[in-house]
Design a protein around this ligand. Structure first.
Ligand SMILES: [Zn+2]
Length: 93
């Protein structure tokens, strides 16, 4: 058995990761994997295609390393709601 870990660079956070799907030959067709992996560092979803143990293709499916603008807007809205609620509650006393 060749004990060499397959490493890929996460396209979202640029860290080197060793996806289980490319290394766990007992549970996956690691040599010829074609599917999604999750970055252990930033939890982004990546698509990877490997042929004969060599990574041919990889791309970001869902980038979790950076908060999207929508997330930030939602957070701001939540914060504002919470602030108004506290204001109201403060006024009744
Ligand atoms: Zn990552």
């Amino acid at each position: 058995m060749v004990n060499k870990m397959v490493e890929i660079e996460c396209l979202a956070c640029s860290k080197a990761i060793k996806p289980r799907q490319l290394n766990d030959t007992d549970n996956y067709d690691a040599e010829n994997y074609d599917g999604q992996v999750v970055c252990q560092e930033c939890k982004s979803l990546l698509y990877v295609k490997s042929v004969k143990g060599k990574v041919q293709k990889s791309k970001v499916v869902e980038n979790k390393s950076i908060r999207s603008l929508k997330d930030i807007a939602e957070l701001a809205e939540e914060f504002e709601k919470q602030r108004k609620k506290e204001e109201r509650e403060g006024n009744t006393q």
